[in-house]
Structure formats: structure tokens, C-alpha cells
Design a protein around this ligand. Structure first.
Ligand code: 4AD
Ligand code: MG
Length: 463
């Protein structure tokens, strides 16, 4: 009887002495006339299982086809390994070849490709050690996010991806339409007649689930959203995607301090979860790319984040005497060079910057008594800059309405949002964590395109 297939991650921890079945993709094959060694990986772990075969027991054609990238199933005895580097290996009895990978054509035939090249073959890069590690960590972080909030009694709220409101101001939006772009219906004054569009109105992909999240928080108490968001900015940087995932908790009765406490606890929980559950993958990335990765992660969970008003942060930057590419003064929106100076050079740990000028933040943030700042908070991280953006929300209907008037915002698509302030309004707060920015930190990867399986950036959406 053939044994049941087991994952390589499981087999590598088994006691030797039993017949087993493993299936996966060949990473390498080496050997000589008397013995062949196949390194087999099935994605369940960064580690390969070594298959040892006696070439005299297999057809020459079969062995010839077992090349890097080929997919095989191996039945054999799990035995204690003679070689160093692994405790057990499989002494092959039978090998089934599922799929060949022509060495002349398989793009991952050789090791050591650049990250840029791998982006061009993003459909195959999950088969590399690096992307295997990143994608397993990505999964673990997504799972830990749900675990964290579930343990705290937050409800997972599914906010819509298609929205008619475009007033959040977080970024440029992608339009959603089924109208014929060559020949759209027009109104009498020559504008596109969106009343004839699929939803009977103009719609976009969402830039954030927050506004709907506030509806949830003012009913269920504490909620979070976790889903894709879309921004049509033409920012070709190592930290921006046009499609990225955001985690947005929103909590009734939280003031700004509670919001900061939650953000700090949340990030530390996720980093600790990675250290506790993904060490093989982290160690691999540490050895390959970033010798300080694991120690940086350990230090973040051990240090208290700095909490500092924007005004004091700008003072530090101005007094630093550093010539920044973008000059800094009170009122400017901080660039990542400024954020990184504070975090990496000045404090040497994560910083939560609060109380930003109202003119560079969204309309919904709670207004401070000074009349010029709002109760915003951005969490700034080494190597990355802003990882979280959030605030206490303005709960007063009158103050919110005054700010909307001041900004001359068209609220016709957002009348429902104001109902949270009209009926049973309450102090509340929330924030958004950029999931891929978190992954940049946790994996130590340099470019945000390399922590999402299929990156969407200006001019790239092939796979
Ligand atoms: O600071 P942002 O724009 O905040 C909001 O959207 C709020 N509605 C969140 C809230 O309070 N519920 O975005 C939040 C985070 C940023 O701190 C950053 O980590 C990430 O989302 N982010 C991006 N990540 C990748 N690519 C982009 N283009 C991003 N834009 C923002
Ligand atoms: Mg922001």
C-alpha cells in the first residue's frame, strides 16, 4: 500500500524508519554514476528534503527528466541522513514524474536572480526560496491580524470595494464603469451621464474602508477591516502600490492615547508572532539579504515607541541642520527622508508623531483647541517611514460640518457618514496599517513589489 502524502515540513521532523510519500518541485539534482541527490521542496517550509536514489534502480530517461523545476512524487524509506544539514532523507524506491521543466527554457534553472528579474517573472517567482519565505510570512501575518483582533473582541467588518464616495481625500481613485468609453451617454450639458452607468451613479474603487468602518464602530463598538485598497497615484517608489492591503481598526470610546496604545501593542504582537512562528524563513532572509533583520525585529518588541507632537518633530528636523531634499518647516507634510531621520538618526526607535497641522490631514480628524492642529497620529518605522496613519475622529457634528464647509467639500455622496454624528455620536478613533509596509519591515525586503504576490504599480498589471 502506498503511504499517504505528507508535507516536507512534517517529514523533516519525523523519526526515521518508515515508508513515506513526498511530492514537490525539484530544486537541484546532483550526484554521479552511483548515487543521485535530489533536493525536493513542496512549499511547506524553506527547507528541502533530500532524496537519495540509486541510479541503477531507475530508468535513465526518468533520471534525465528530473531537472530543476520538475514536479515529482517520491515513495521511499525515511532514513537518518548520512550527510550534514538534515536529520532525515528519503531513500527512493519509486519516483513518479508529474511535470518536466525543460532546462533550456525554465527561467529559474539557475540560482541567484536579481529581484528586478524576478519581478518580470512574477508568475513563477513563488517557486524561489525568497518568495516562498516572504509568502509564508505574509500568510502568518494575515492570520495573526485576525487572531489579535479576535482575542480582543473586535469584529471583522467587510467594507465595500466599490464606492460612490470620493471625499476621503486619501488619494486619487480608479473609476469603475461599464459605460462604453468610446461612446458614453451624455447629459444635456455634455457631461457623461452616470445615471446610465451600472450603479446609476459615478463609482470608484475604495481608497480606505474607514468611513464605513466608523458606521460599524458606532454600532458594534470595536471593528476592523482588512482588505485591498486602491490608489491611482503615479508614485513609483519602493513603498507605494496601486493595489495594497490595509488593516483598519475603528473603536468607539477610544481617545488618541488609547489609539496609540493599540497601534503599538498591535505591531509588537505581529512582530512577536513572526519571531515565534516564522523563524526558519526569517533566518533565511536574515542570512541572504539583511544580517540585522532578526535583531531588529527583536529590538522593536522590546522598546517603547517615542510619542511626539509634530511641532516638536519639526523643531528637531530644523535644528538638525541636515540639508534635506525637501526643505522642512512647520506646516509641511513630512517626506520619508524626514520621518526616517527622526526614527533612524535621532531616536533610534519607532516614533508616533501626533497633532499634525489640520491642513495636511483629512477632514474627519478631531480638531484640537489650538485651532490649527488635529489629533492625528502616524507611526513611523525604521527603513520604511509611515507604516500606520490614524487619528481620533471629530465627533461633534457642528465642528465637522464647519470643517467640511471650510474645505468646500461636496458631501452629496457622504450624507450617510454624517449620520454617525447626527445620531448617537461618540468619541472614537482608528487607524490604518499598510499591510505591505508591515511586511517590508518584517521580511527586511527593500521593495514593496516584493512582498505581495502580484504587484500592481503604474504600467504593470500583467500577472
Ligand atoms: O495614511 P493613510 O492614507 O490613512 C488612511 O487611509 C486612513 N483612512 C486610515 C484610517 O485611519 N483608518 O493610509 C494608511 C496606511 C499608511 O500609513 C501606509 O502604511 C499605507 O496605508 N499606505 C500604502 N501602502 C502601500 N501603497 C500605498 N500607495 C499606500 N498608501 C498608504
Ligand atoms: Mg497617511
Amino acid at each position: 500500500m502506498t503511504p499517504k502524502r505528507q508535507k516536507v515540513a512534517v517529514l523533516l521532523k519525523e523519526e526515521p524508519g518508515r515508508e513515506v510519500l513526498a511530492k514537490g518541485w525539484v530544486r537541484t539534482k546532483r550526484g554521479n554514476k552511483n548515487v543521485a541527490f535530489i533536493a525536493l521542496n513542496d512549499g511547506s517550509t524553506i527547507n528541502n528534503i533530500q532524496i537519495v536514489c540509486d541510479p541503477s534502480k531507475f530508468s535513465e530517461d526518468l533520471l534525465k527528466d528530473i531537472t530543476t523545476g520538475a514536479c515529482i512524487g517520491v515513495t521511499g524509506d525515511l532514513v537518518a541522513s548520512q550527510g550534514s544539514g538534515q536529520a532525515v532523507e528519503i531513500q527512493a524506491r519509486e519516483i513518479e514524474l508529474y511535470g518536466t521543466a525543460d532546462p533550456e527554457k525554465y527561467p529559474l534553472q539557475k540560482k541567484g536572480h536579481s529581484m528586478e528579474f524576478l519581478r518580470e517573472i512574477a508568475h513563477l517567482r513563488p517557486r524561489t526560496n525568497t518568495f516562498g519565505a516572504v509568502l509564508r510570512i505574509r500568510h502568518a501575518m494575515a492570520f495573526a491580524i485576525h487572531k489579535f483582533f479576535n482575542e480582543k473582541g473586535f469584529y471583522y467588518l467587510h467594507t465595500p470595494l466599490i464606492t460612490a464616495s470620493d471625499a476621503e481625500g486619501a488619494g486619487a481613485m480608479f473609476q469603475v464603469t461599464t459605460l462604453d468609453l468610446k461612446n458614453p451617454p451624455l447629459t444635456e450639458d455634455g457631461k457623461v451621464d452616470y445615471s446610465q452607468d451600472f450603479f446609476g451613479r459615478h463609482t470608484n474603487l475604495t481608497v480606505s474602508g474607514q468611513l464605513e468602518g466608523e458606521l460599524g464602530a458606532t454600532a458594534l463598538g470595536e471593528i476592523y477591516t482588512f482588505g485591498p485598497t486602491f490608489r491611482a497615484e503615479n508614485s513609483n517608489t519602493p513603498r507605494h502600490l496601486a493595489e495594497f492591503w490595509m488593516v483598519e481598526p475603528e473603536m468607539a470610546f477610544y481617545e488618541i492615547k488609547d489609539n496609540m496604545d493599540l497601534a503599538e501593542e498591535f505591531i509588537k504582537y505581529l512582530v512577536k508572532y513572526a519571531l515565534d512562528h516564522c523563524m526558519d524563513d526569517l533566518q533565511f532572509l536574515n542570512n541572504m539579504f539583511d544580517r540585522e533583520l532578526v535583531s531588529r525585529l527583536e529590538s522593536v518588541i522590546a522598546t517603547e515607541f517615542v510619542r511626539l507632537p509634530y511641532t516638536e518633530g519639526v523643531d528637531i528636523l530644523v535644528k538638525s541642520g541636515v540639508k534635506f531634499e525637501y526643505p522642512v518647516s512647520w506646516g509641511v507634510d513630512l517626506q520619508s527622508e524626514h520621518e526616517r531621520y527622526l526614527v533612524e538618526k535621532h531616536f533610534g526607535r519607532p516614533v508616533i508623531l501626533t497633532d499634525y497641522p489640520k491642513d495636511i490631514k483629512a477632514f474627519y480628524m478631531k480638531q484640537n483647541d489650538d485651532g490649527r492642529t488635529v489629533r492625528a497620529m502616524d507611526v513611523l518605522f525604521p527603513k520604511i517611514g509611515e507604516i500606520i496613519g490614524g487619528s481620533q475622529r471629530e465627533e461633534s457634528f457642528e465642528k465637522l460640518q464647519a470643517r467640511i464647509d471650510e474645505l468646500k467639500m461636496d458631501m452629496s455622496c457622504l450624507w450617510w457618514y454624517l449620520d454617525t454624528r447626527r445620531f448617537g455620536s461618540c468619541p472614537h478613533s482608528g487607524f490604518g496599517l499598510g499591510f505591505e509596509r508591515l511586511l517590508l519591515f518584517v521580511t527586511g525586503m527593500q521593495n514593496i513589489r516584493d512582498v505581495i504576490p502580484f504587484p500592481r504599480t503604474p504600467k504593470t498589471a500583467e500577472f
